[in-house]
Structure formats: structure tokens, C-alpha cells
Design a protein around this ligand. Sequence first.
Ligand SMILES: Cc1ncc(C[n+]2csc(CCOP(=O)(O)OP(=O)(O)O)c2C)c(N)n1
Ligand SMILES: [Mg+2]
Length: 1023
Amino acid sequence: MAWFRAASSAARAALRRNLSHPPHRTTRVLPAPPPPGARSFHSTVLCRKAQAPTAVPRPVPLSRLTDSFLNGTSSVYLEELQRAWEADPNSVDESWDNFFRNFVGQAATSPGISGQTIQESMRLLLLVRSYQVNGHMKAKLDPLGMDQREIPDDLDLALYGFTEADLDREFFLGVWRMAGFLSENRPVQTLREILNRLEQAYCGTIGYEYMHIPDREKCNWLRDRIETMKPREYSLERTEVILDRLIWSSQFENFLAKKWPAQKRFGLEGAETLIPGMKEMFDRSADLGVENIVIGMPHRGRLNVLGNVVRKPLRQIFSEFDKKKHRDEDGLYTGTGDVKYHLGTSYDRPTRGGKRIHLSLVANPSHLEAVDPVVVGKTRAKQYYSSDQDRTKNMGVLIHGDGSFAGQGVVYETLHLSGLPNYTTGGTIHIVVNNQVAFTTDPTAGRSSQYCTDVAKALSAPIFHVNGDDVEAVVRACELAGEWRQTFHTDVVVDIVCYRRHGHNEGDEPSYTQPKMYQVIRNHPSALEIYQKKLVESGTVPRGEIDKINNKVETILNEEFNHSKDYTPIKRDWLSAYWTGFKSPEQISRIRNTGVKPEILKRVGEAITSIPENFKPHKGVKRVFDQRAQMIQTGEGIDWAVAEALAFATLIVEGNHVRLSGQDVERGTFSHRHAVIHDQETGEKYCPLDHVTMNQNEEMFTVSNSSLSEFAVLGFELGYSMENPNSLVLWEAQFGDFANGSQVIFDQFVSSGESKWLRQSGLVVLLPHGYDGQGPEHSSARLERFLQMSDDNPFVIPEMEPTLRKQIQECNWQIVNVTTPANYFHVLRRQLHRDFRKPLIVMSPKSLLRHKDCKSNLSEFDDVAGHPGFDKQGTRFKRLIKDQNDHKDVEEGISRLVLCSGKVYYELDEERKKKERMDVAICRVEQLCPFPYDLMQRELKRYPNAEIVWCQEEPMNMGSYHYIAPRLSTAMKSLGRGTMEDIKYAGRAPSASTATGFLSVHEKEQRELVEKALQADPISSPV
Ligand SMILES: Cc1ncc(C[n+]2csc(CCOP(=O)(O)OP(=O)(O)O)c2C)c(N)n1
Ligand SMILES: [Mg+2]
């Protein structure tokens, strides 16, 4: 079994980039001694190797001579460098100049190294550098010893012209501004010493990959910690802590295996050192200022992490294995629940250093890695709410499997958020539980990269590969990762190379597919056995002491098991501190008005339409802002963008945080928002919504263009929205169809998260949707998919009486297709003006952004009784907009009621005017889900003789037809107005593609469906 992916020839060639030398050897024999006098680093030295062709010195362009020390590679190049420096010290990079000066100075004063040439010293540097770059290739990382990696030639002493005879010679190494072996403060060492330390530091049980980081300070920081004078050892006290933790980790799995042998738990066996590693990482991070850690992890080892790291009470974990016990709590909302290895939780945990740290493990779906961006978003939100500006108090930790880290694209998308100003969290720590298999798939079939962690190199993150059998090395790597994150505030990866003792889950037979690996595993001692043996044999901890700890742990596990039998689950824990007082679906939340005092509307309206005096916007933007100012002044003709800005501004005035993210959201895909404007002379930016209140916190309103990702960005915003309910968090898709790139987040989190995990979110998703003739890819946000995932029963009319109504609370989410700016304003504000949170999917408009009739008056936004838009309940979101003609409660003369949703309304209304069809009423269903039964029934009663038509612009198999029809028919049946057969359809025919690519066809189709909805004769058949 190769735990790494065998390097391709191309990769091997790349590994050899350090030196220009002949083809590689696979044996590791030292070559014959160099010819007499061959003390300097000539290419002839390399040619001594058997079959090696004579290397022809290549000319080195002068420009390369100015390369810095760190980039110097080829032998010819080194010679050229030396010559150039001797001729003119200024002709080489400062780092080389310093090196040569240092060398000359040192050689003159140190008798021990007087025989050393500059070229020898330079070759030694290359050797050290090769270990830094490629030492990990020789590191003993695979606990099973099955790796078949070729050790790169670069690590061969002979390659640099040294022989065994040189081993006890002293060499000068010190280099200006370098740390570790190359630092100036310990310049003279024998070659043997140097080699020994290189091997210990880089080829032991930790393989460090960091030389891809283009930052000398960071590399030096690592070298200081890796290239220590002596290998680091833990004190007895620390050793005992590590042992204790490893015993807990191992016994926990054994205990579960013994008690519940038939239950799936995705045990950690083979990777037990993860637990002491994580605990050390958290302790060290707490010492360095971290107070909160948000954790995301997959199935494997989750229960162990919950019990031993997060400290979820063991009795509770054990009680959850008891199936009988976990029926619904009487009268309590428990949702549909989820399997135990997906559930989240949070606890305060004391650390070894005497601090307390808050840990939250985010609930996750089975979809591997989908939780990554959610964790990062939640971490970012925690940083906002705790004013953690330097991002050192709140940290995200993600645990991955080797297969999923390499295979799932969302890993890359999430990594790429890490450095973006509005998404960074100051570094996520990634731990890969690299058990060298993914279900039944070997790494050779699972990835094209050498390591499963290579994707993180794109970020210049350091990667520490560590042998999972060496618990102290795992602890060391984890500790170092914590230190790195707190020092440099960027991502870091710990790759624990381990194995999976059993099958994929406890019932799976691994030998079907990995027979050889499992032959080795069967006879392989556990990490705990290895550690215990080592401690006993070295006399560090006596056997009796170890037995004592084992007995203690076993006793506690048994006690907890006994307590688990009468453990009563504590009332659900879905309300964290910020959520206190928020209602679950079983508790009624009062319906509130969302209108705003006129004076506030005016005040914020002025703030969001003013541009500072000296600011020079683009003249097109200036025109837009002038028009906006006019709208506020006159109170008329408010358009979509202004309505949205008013919603944001009024929520901010009320103390809420507003965050809008997505691709190009600052300007707006359709150039309608202009939330951030740009000075045409200085390039400076100005965001009017940052200036709504006095001394407004810069981040209180955040609008941010995102990376070109849907999955990670939506996941991030969802995580963000879950932290604190007093925030309006919105994700906008560029076009609605691109939302399918984040389908996992919709399916697994947004639509079902509350039901599975009892966690609420008020996330708003804006999905541009509408048939404007732009072709199949930019017309549909696939409304039907969202509707299909809605869980309101199409055949049951719920309680609709306003004081008793819980319809929205009981539904999984809300889906709207709003047609007026004022209604958009209210639906956004409604998100926060209620005592619960529910995701909101908005089919947002494109053509309506500038439609002449899609305007509202400011009076529709205010809370003044009697103003237009104010009905007997006040001003609030209208789930259904009745016909705009002044119809009475009963209109017997109306022969047709056309029901529709979204922008087609304006086309229907125009056609009606054109045809002077005063006998047709048109109602807009603004909230499709949950279905507004009460208002629909009101309209059905108003038009007792009307034929009922559902009009949509989407094809019949898309849009809302299939969602509306059964619900509308339920409403009709309840009033004796017919059945499904009586619902007439005016819309596009079923289609595979969402829309035609031909404008003329689009126009014809659109004309036909509008005409059909308003045709003079009754519509004969339903479709
Ligand atoms: C997105 C996704 N695809 C497929 C699966 C099915 N699946 C569950 S675990 C697993 C193997 C994961 O391998 P790895 O990431 O190495 O983790 P391990 O199980 O080895 O700890 C697979 C394919 C899944 N859960 N999620
Ligand atoms: Mg795996």
C-alpha cells in the first residue's frame, strides 16, 4: 500500500529542480571520492556517477545573478555567483553578498575550517536547503511502514561532492538573516553533526513542508522551532498528560466497541492520537489568547472528540446509544433529529494552563467537507460580536479525512476565503485524519497529488505531516500549528498519517479491498501500546503507574455508563446565549408591523443618498444618487435598490448588523445597487450605508464582493447567520441558476438544518430570476427546487388566525417572489422583527429593478395609519397582493381570477389594460411558501364566479405550478370552489431546458402565455 501517491515522472523531475544534474539514481550509495583537488563544487563532481553523461555547464543569464540566496539552485549558477561576487560584490543579491563576506571573515579567523572553500560551503547550504525542502520525503510518516516513496537525490550527500571522509570535518554554515541550522550564531559544525540534525529534524516522525512559503520571516520562525540544537523532549509532567489523554482516547473506543458492538459509530481506532493532539492544540491556543474554538469535523472519531475534547458528558453520549430512550420528548419540539455522529454541541472546557475555553462543534451533514465554510463563517461572526479585531480570540478548527480533503472542491473554495478581508478569520487550523484510505478507495485512485494536503499549498500554508503512531510527535505538530495560527494568523495544516483499524464502519469488511494493508494492521500494535512500551522501556513511567491510569479511566467509563441509564436529556440546547428568548416552532411568535417612522425614513434616506462633497463619483453613479435623493425628497417612485438600502439602513438604526455578500454585490450584477462607490480620480471607495448612525462601527454594515464561489460563500454566510439572531445576513447569487453550485448547502443545511439539528437561521438568499429572453442560463433560479423542498403539507390548511398562526414557524423556510420595492423592504425587515428565525429565499428581479411601474411611495414604508399601504394590521409584508383595482369584498362580475407571482404580473396588467378586460382580476402571490391560505381564500370569496387561472412564465415542470396547484386546490375545495381540474394553466409548456436561447422565440412564448391568461373565451382544459 502506498500511502502517498507515487510521484509521477513529472513530479520527480520537479523534485530534482534543486540542482542541474544527470538522471537520478535509485540506490543510495555514496559515490567514489572526488578526484584529488576537487574541492569546489564543479559539475564534474556530479559526473563521477556511473552512466552519468558529462554535464555541460550552461550559461547563466546575468539577470539571474541577482537572485536572492533562497532561490539559488544550480551548481553552475553557484560558480557564476562566486565569480561575479569576486569581480563586483554589488552585482549579486544582498543575501549572497552577506554570505560571501561572512564566509571570508569566518574562514580567516577560524583555524578549524581553514581548508574549506566557498564552494564547499555553498554546497552545504544547498544540502541543508534540500532537507528543508524535501526532508519530509524521507520522514518516517507511515505507521504501517508500507510507503514506497523514492527518496529524492537531493538528500544524498554525494550529490554535493561530499564523502564519508568529510563527515568529521568542520564546516562554516552561518548565513545572514537565517534561522535554525543556517543561523549566524552557530556557524561551525562537523558535517556529521549537521547531517544528524538534518535527519532528526526533517526525517523523523514529522515531515515539515514549508519551503513553499514565500516569506523569510515565516520560514525562519519555523526553522527556529524545527532546527533546534537538540531534539525536543517533553517533561515527565507533560508526558503523563499525553499518556493520560491517549488512554482516554483509546479506552473510549474500546468501551463503545464492547458495549455496543453492532452500532455504527465510525470509531477512531488507528488514529487515537488525534485526541491528545487536539487537546494540546487547544491548550496551547488558549495560552496564546484563544477563548472560543469552533470545530467542524466529519463522522470519523466524532464521538471521541465530543466526549474527550469538547467534554460532552459521557453519560449523555452513552444514553444516546440507547434507542428506546430517544423518543420525542413529550410536548417538546425535537425536529426530525439526526444520527448521533452528526450532532453538534458546545461546552466550556478547562485547559491545562488553567484557563477556560469555549468549544462548539458544529452539526454537520454526511456530505463530507460541506461544514467547512459554515464553521469559518460562524467563527467570523464570533469575531465580529466579540470585537475580536486581531482575530486571536476566536478560532476555527476543521478536521478532515484524507480522501475528502483531496477530493471535495469545497475544501479549495473554503481555503480561498481565508485571506479575503471580509471573510478571513485569522487562520483556520486543519487537521487531516489521514488513514490512507477513503471507504474502499486507495490514495492512488483518490488523488493526483502526492499528499492529500497539497491543495493547501496554494495558500502558502505550512503543512506538518506526522506519523500518527508517535503521540508525542502528533502533540508537537498540533502545538506548533496552534502557535503558528496565533503568530501569523493564517491557515495551517496538520496531516496525521495513521490507519483505520477496522472497516469503513464497524460492520464493514476492509479485507475485501485492502487485503495487504489489513494483514499489516491486524498485527500492528496500537499507538497506546507503542507509547506505553516506550515509556516503560525508557524508565520514564513505571508499568504500575500506567496500569493505574488505565484502571481509573475504565472505572470512570463504567460509572458514566451506569449513570447513562437514568440520564434524562436536558431540554434541547439549541438556544445559545444570543438566542435567549427566541421561540421554537411550538411557541407562538407575535406578528409585528415593519413600517418605520417617516422621520427616520427621511433621515436614513438622506444618509444613503448623499455623497461626501469632495468625492468624485462616476457621472452615471452621480445621476443615480441624484435620482435617489429625489425619491426620498418627494417620497415617490422609490425603486428596488433604494427600498433595499432603506431596509438595511433602518435595521442598522435599530442596532442590527447587516451583512450582504456574493459575487459583485457591491455594485450589483445589474448595476443597480451601488452600495460602494468609487472616486473616479483617487479610486477611493465610499459606502453610504456605513454612515447611517453616528460613529457607526465600520463592520456593522458589511457589503462585500465574494470570491467566485457559491458553495463556500453560501456556507460561510449560513454559518455567520447562525451565531447571532440580531443580524440580517444575505447571500446574493450572481444569477439564480448559479445557486446550484451550492446545492449541498441548500439541501443539507438551509432547508433542513432546523429540523435536523434544532438550529435556526434567518439567512436571506437573493436569487435573480425572471424570463427576460436572456437564454437558458440566466432566466431561472430553479424556483421549483426550493418549493419542492418546502415541508408545508399541500393538503392541510394550518391555523391561519393571526393570533394563533404559527404557519411560518412550523415551515422549514420561506420562499417569496416579490413585486414591489415596499414589499421587498418589509420582507427583509420582517426577518428580524419576529421572535424566531427562518431562512428566506427571494426570487429577486432583474427587469423590475428599472421597471417604470415597479415603484413604491415612501408612505408604503412608514407606520402611519391611513397612509397608502397601511391596512388594518398596519404596514407589513404582504404575502399576497390583491387586485389593484378598487374591488369590493364581493365582485360577482369578475369572470376570471388570474393568480401569478413575480414580474409576469406587470405584463399581465399591461395586457389587461390594453384589452380593457375589467372583468379580470389579477392577484400576486408574493409569498409562495408557506402558502397564504387565508388570503387566497379571501380572494376566492371575493370573486365567486371567476374562472381560476395560474399564470407563470416558467415551463410547466418548473416554476411554482406544481407547488401552487395542490395548495390552491385545497383552498378551493375548502370553499366548494372546485378541485385541481378547475385550475387553468397559462404558462410555458414542459421543457428540459429552462428557457429558449432565441429572443424571438422567448418573446412569442411570453406573448402567448400572457394572452392565454387574458383570452376572451374561457380556458377549456386545465393545461
Ligand atoms: C460528499 C460525500 N461523498 C461521499 C460520501 C460517502 N462517504 C462517507 S465516508 C467516505 C470516505 C471518506 O474518506 P476519508 O475522507 O478519507 O475519511 P475516512 O472515512 O477515511 O475517515 C465516503 C466516500 C460522503 N459522506 N460525502
Ligand atoms: Mg481516509
